[in-house]
Design a protein around this ligand. Sequence first.
Ligand code: BES
Ligand code: MN
Ligand code: ZN
Length: 490
Amino acid sequence: MQFSIRQIHDFKTLATDCLVLAVPENSKRLQGALAAVNTLSGHMIRHVIDSGDFSGKAGQHTTLYLPKPSKIARLLLIGCGKAGETDLQQWARSAGQCLQRLKARDAVVCTDGLALDDAVSAARQLTHAIVAAQYHYSRTLSHKPAKPTLRKVGLHGLDNNKATRHALQAGQSIAEGTHLARELGNLPGNICTPSYLASEARKLAKQHKSLQCQVLNESQMRKLGMGALLSVSRGSDEPACLITLQYKGGKAGQKPIALIGKGITFDSGGISLKPGAKMDEMKYDMCGAASVLGTLHAAAAMKLPLNIVGIVAASENMPNGRATKPGDIITSMSGKTIEVLNTDAEGRLVLCDALTYVGRYKPDVVIDIATLTGACVVALGEHASGLFSNDDALADDLLQAGTQSGDRAWRMPLWDDYQKQLKSPFADMANIGGPGAGSVTAACFLARFAEDYTWAHLDIAGTAWKSAPKNATGRPVGLLSQYLINRAGV
Ligand code: BES
Ligand code: MN
Ligand code: ZN
């Protein structure tokens, strides 16, 4: 898709498949593009608003058709809510979805009416949302749905300067990363295995010169002492692997930002087998890993002046005769021993060894991303990812990136008070903390392996996919990309 900044001086001569206008709620006086197009349409917009059918409330949209000789095939009005309260993300998403449904081939999106305070960030978010709305899963369908039609989008109402033009590219790069994360998430467990994730990582490294990929196999991990990670793959016929993607866009010697993704390509629960209902959705248990690959793609495509290390801890969690059993005690790479009371709490087991392993890269900060607990879904639902951190500044940076990108997180406590729930009489710790505060005790478990550096954990169990209809969201590629952009100061 091609994006450009377009400054339209005369809407009379504009030819487009679809002109998208932002309409503030209860507009008494139409302004800017809205006023111009209203006049040229014979006051159609005014009529629609006065009819009461369309007030400009957030989420509302309607399509109008102008008589000849207008070369504007459709007018798409999208409500932006009360002045000063516009949720740009939501607006952009509706615009993208409507353009998708209308099968427009090209569009002009007018941003006046949105009262933008940061044109660069708006350009990035609009582009991201419009491209993201075009995503369709088709890989395993024999009847391929029609390809998205939208080819060209012009944005009107933004300054045409280097920074906004650059932001259009950034938005597209982030959308591609989101698209990759969604596709990997949606793929079934019999296609998207740990080895498949490794091949996707290698593919990324081929695509971007700035990315280097390394994959450790099980015997290499055994030599490193990764007993926790390997205890998860024991019960599966699919071998586990540890994938590292290094992005070197910053100065040599500049400490890297590390991203670690949970890559359980199917979570049956293991011997602590999950109930049957909705178990298919556990193919999404690698969405943390997918978000790491997606974010690294975005960072490389944006050529961010940063060093980044992406690590994916990939495994299946299955219950065969060799599988880890409740009560088994394992030794992690850190040397700490763990009593596995529930084999379904496997995410923290693969992650703890990755958290120890990442130390060798002397990271500036480490962020892990995981569909870690059902309890997080209970706490926060599908709107916010759970954020846990041992550092207030990092937590604030991530919360802010979430707000900026419309991919929000909410901070949860990581107090020592919760640590005692992990006590075990037979090992340094148990892998579960009992019924209360499940997402917190899971984070507390991880915190024990992240004491040497600044660390945050994002529990994306509620945000990474939707259940009805089933679809991966690509979150939190938006949040992470925004965090990286902020860190790069570009
Ligand atoms: N992958 C699941 C978490 C999950 C469950 C995410 C449902 C989204 C929806 C994780 O491996 C898991 O099974 N966690 C257990 C932990 C429990 C055994 C302490 C859970 O949340 O039930
Ligand atoms: Mn599990
Ligand atoms: Zn899991």
